[in-house]
Write a protein that binds this ligand. Structure first.
Ligand code: PGA
Length: 300
């Protein structure tokens, strides 16, 4: 068995930051997921790679050697991407990407990062809801799509690259604000503003409430996250929203996240394409870019 690139990347991050917790934040993985990758790498290498001296994290001799190798591999792959791009004359061309409405909160910055590396690539970005994304994939209209969990059995290939925690939000002065561990039962019958049918956020909300046999009063249906947040602030009701959409409102204290049992629902963002799709060289580069660096554009 050989170390995988993912194991090396995770270990490199842990060793650079000297902490499993900080590495899990930087990589947008859970701490157990990070620990498992490091454990598996230690099994493959056959020696411990780190030790705790008192509370301090430190590398063993083998850990140092693996850290240096992981750094070289990473640097070399970065260079290779650039070299191949040059060789293929990839600095030009068109990339067609669609992203879920909610993913728009980080995807635009991510595309800007990609555009800085490949300034002559022209990018067409469509921000739309889950249902439309699935139709676009089926009709082969886009190179790649960023969406919440794609359905099984649809001839799609997809890879997760970022967490998407869904939380319940309320206006700052709401009676439940500040309460701990609110039960789902306490939400029964309460007014909610909800996303339009076809939204992945809405589907997740409906699934959780149905599983727990909770019915809420859906008082308004809105097709974008900004309007949902406005409605919540105006006191129309509670809502389920992706944590990715809330930066500004949490900073200004206009919206609060309620502490509700079973929340956040942790979903993921996936990069999806049709099974067997022949990606253009530019789309291949974008795929590699998202899988390697997509997490860096998250505000979580
Ligand atoms: P959406 O988000 O609610 O904007 O469609 C996609 C998803 O969470 O699946």
């Amino acid at each position: 068995m050989k170390p995988t690139l993912h194991q090396l990347r995770v270990f490199h991050t842990v060793a650079s930051l000297g902490s499993f917790t900080r590495a899990s934040e930087a990589l947008h993985l859970t701490q157990p997921a990070v620990s498992i990758q490091v454990k598996q790498l230690e099994n493959v290498i056959g020696l411990p790679l780190h030790e705790h001296v008192g509370k301090r994290f430190s590398l063993t001799g083998a850990g140092h050697a693996v850290f240096l190798a992981a750094k070289e591999v990473r640097d070399r792959l970065d260079d290779l991407g650039e070299e191949i791009a040059e060789l293929k004359g990839l600095k030009r061309g068109r990339l067609k990407v669609s992203v879920a409405t909610t993913a728009g909160y980080f995807a635009t910055r991510m595309l800007a990062g990609f555009a800085r590396s490949y300034p002559e690539v022209s990018i067409s970005l469509d921000v739309t809801n889950r249902e439309r994304l699935l139709a676009q994939l089926e009709n082969n209209e886009r190179d790649l799509v960023i969406m919440g969990e794609p359905p099984a059995g649809k001839d799609l290939e997809f890879q997760p690259f970022l967490d998407n925690p869904l939380v319940i939000i309320a206006a700052a002065g709401h009676e439940l604000a500040g309460a701990e561990q609110i039960s789902l039962e306490a939400l029964r019958g309460r007014p909610f503003v909800v996303r339009e049918p076809g939204s992945g956020t809405r589907a997740a909300l409906e699934r959780v409430f149905a599983e727990n046999e909770i019915t809420v009063a859906s008082v308004m249906e809105l097709s974008d996250n900004e309007s949902i947040k406005q409605a919540v602030q105006a006191g129309l009701g509670l809502a389920v929203a992706s944590r990715h959409t809330l930066d500004m409102e949490l900073q200004t204290g206009r919206i609060v996240i309620l502490s509700v049992q079973g929340f956040p629902i942790v979903r993921h963002w996936y990069l999806a394409k049709r099974t067997g799709k022949q990606l253009s060289p530019i789309a291949q580069l974008f795929e590699a870019f998202v899988m390697c660096s997509g997490g860096e554009y998250s505000t979580l």
